[in-house]
Design a binder for this molecule. Structure first.
Ligand code: NAD
Length: 268
């Protein structure tokens, strides 16, 4: 199957490592012109070079660029999209991904923590989508994908900020999907299950300290709950993301897809 991404302009945020980097790389390998964005410029530069190297033999091969910025700052979204349009052309594909929020219990976290989590997880999704939509709608083609979390279906203990704010992004995406479907723009969310990245390693270490157990033991307990009996590889999440933003996925919109090795229990 041809994904039809060759020559498309894609923006991927949180692309300096982990799941975002894997998504940027696969889009580049499919011949897209990819703008990678994240906070840390040195890591971002390395990720962009790897992305370019993964380019196919297509005429657009290796067309990757980067824009460093913190999405907590409202100006970053605007600057990123304006820079992408100047450098690579109008945005066809937007993949919104950032780091996860800190752990904490729903009944204990203070108001500032909730505000910070919204700045990290919710507002960048709204700002970036609103920045690319006018051009996508005018051109009658667009793909918007928000990376959320398995916590949308299976709230994670001690991760209240993620559990609540991912649900907000999912509600935003579902509503937006219906508003723009007639213009050829799809909007979906992808919830990764437990994936072998730096973020998961840090989370396991933090939880191990909190529960006073060995991180390895905690990982074993986690694997016992995953039917696939292993963590996801970032590339496995990225492959599904690439399909969701592809040409053949034109009729797939308003969906929240979990890529979790069978972890979530819900029927739907
Ligand atoms: P990661 O921490 O390895 O990478 C996060 C990326 O986002 C990095 O490039 C980082 O620079 C960037 N980033 C973080 N804060 C930012 C900000 N304020 N502005 C701009 N860029 C920012 O994370 P990951 O494991 O690749 O996960 C990606 C997303 O998927 C996260 O939101 C995470 O919570 C979610 N998720 C991950 C897992 C997992 O097991 N790894 C499971 C479910 C959901």
């Amino acid at each position: 199957m041809q994904l039809g991404l060759s020559g498309k302009t894609a923006v991927v945020t949180g692309a300096s490592r982990g799941i975002g980097r894997a998504i940027a790389r696969i889009l580049c390998a499919e011949g897209a012109r990819v703008m990678l964005s994240a906070r840390d410029e040195a890591d971002l530069m390395r990720a962009a070079s790897a992305c370019a190297a993964a380019g196919s033999s297509d005429m657009f091969a290796g067309d990757a660029a980067y824009y460093a910025g913190d999405l907590n700052d409202p100006k970053t979204a605007e600057g990123l999209i304006a820079y992408t349009e100047r450098k690579l052309g109008a945005v066809d594909v937007l993949v919104v991904n950032t780091g996860g929020p800190p752990g904490g219990m729903a009944g204990e976290l203070g108001e500032q923590s909730w505000r910070d989590a919204a700045e990290l997880l919710f507002y960048p999704a709204v700002r970036l989508a609103q920045a690319v939509l006018p051009m996508m709608r005018a051109r009658k083609w667009g793909r918007i994908l928000f990376i959320t979390s398995i916590s949308v279906k299976e709230p994670v203990e001690n991760l209240a900020l993620s559990n609540a704010l991912r649900a907000a992004v999912t509600g935003f995406a579902k509503t937006l999907a219906r508003e723009v479907a007639a213009d050829g723009v799809t909007v979906n969310t992808l919830g990764p299950g437990y994936t072998a990245t730096e973020r998961l390693k840090n989370l396991l270490e933090e939880n191990a300290r909190r529960l006073n157990v060995n991180p390895r033991e905690l990982k074993e307990r986690l694997l016992d709950q995953i039917p696939a009996a292993r963590l996801a590889k970032p590339d496995e999440i990225a492959a599904v993301a690439a399909f969701l933003v592809s040409e053949p996925a034109a009729y797939l919109t308003g969906q929240a897809l979990m890529v979790d090795g069978g972890y979530s229990h819900g029927l739907l």
